[in-house]
Write a protein that binds this ligand. Structure first.
Ligand code: 13P
Length: 250
């Protein structure tokens, strides 16, 4: 069975609640496409107003992060229960910006992934190499390690529903999109790694996105690759361009 593409925006730390509602209203008519899953991952404070604004549309509102504990004295954190209660289905986990600025590790990513699954959330699990790692030729080794730790104790049935976002760090927010060949090579390697951890059926089912300077012009070729099942889009998800990315087939 063909995998359904999933195209997600990652708004990062942009948009006040008021601006979020206006952006959802603006993009609503532009992102209609029932052949793909469309997700807007928004700041926590924007989730509820964005959800209201997106009611009755094909837009899923997702989160950008969550904490791995159930509840309690963790000032400032958001739990999976809170996301579920707000109607969230997708949550980005382990974005490279969280790893770089907020000390997230493969181990904390794994804890978050397990907690997300426990509550029925679909994690969008991020991985990606730095420029140094790419230049040293260790990209695939590095990504395999990130994937293996992220999926520790995750069952095959859970893994089948997961989304992985391959985002080379050097391509994020730089305008330097990975070449189609580079993106396809790593996404294919991730699928092989999933097949090794689980089995061919799990590898066939899991969806793998590319992220890093995706634009309306680069999306069609990227999303046509056999192992690229959509994109995780930063900057361009805040603009009408996102409609063109969602409707990349023209
Ligand atoms: P840009 O599309 O702005 O490069 O961001 C990519 C990203 O980090 C999405 O999570």
């Amino acid at each position: 069975m063909a995998r359904k593409k999933i195209i997600a925006g990652n708004w990062k730390m942009n948009m006040t609640p008021t601006e979020a509602v206006a952006l959802v209203e603006e993009l609503k008519p532009l992102v209609v496409n029932n052949n793909v899953d469309v997700v807007f991952c928004v700041p926590a404070i924007d989730i509820i107003p964005a959800m209201k604004a997106a009611e009755g549309t094909n837009i899923n509102i997702g989160a950008e992060n969550m904490y791995f504990e159930e509840k309690g004295a963790f000032t400032g954190e958001i739990s999976s229960n809170m996301l579920v209660d707000a109607g969230v289905k997708y949550v980005i986990i382990g974005h490279s910006e969280r790893r770089e600025y907020f000390a997230e590790t493969d181990e904390t990513v794994n804890k978050k992934v397990l907690k997300a699954f426990e509550h029925g959330l679909t994690p969008i699990i991020c991985c990606g190499e730095s420029l140094t790692q790419r230049e040293q030729g260790i990209t695939i080794d590095w990504i395999r390690q990130q994937i293996k730790i992220a999926f520790l104790n995750v069952t095959a049935d859970q893994a089948k529903t997961a989304v992985i976002a391959y985002e080379p760090i050097w391509a994020i927010g730089t305008g330097k999109v990975a070449t189609t060949e580079q993106a396809q090579e790593v996404c294919a390697a991730i699928r092989v790694c999933i097949a090794e951890i689980y089995d061919a059926a799990t590898a066939e089912a899991i969806r793998i996105q590319y992220g890093g300077s995706v634009s309306a012009s680069s999306a069609p070729e990227l999303f046509a690759q056999p192992d690229i099942d959509g994109g995780l889009v930063g900057g361009a998800s805040l603009k009408p361009d996102f409609g063109k990315i969602v409707n990349y087939e023209g």
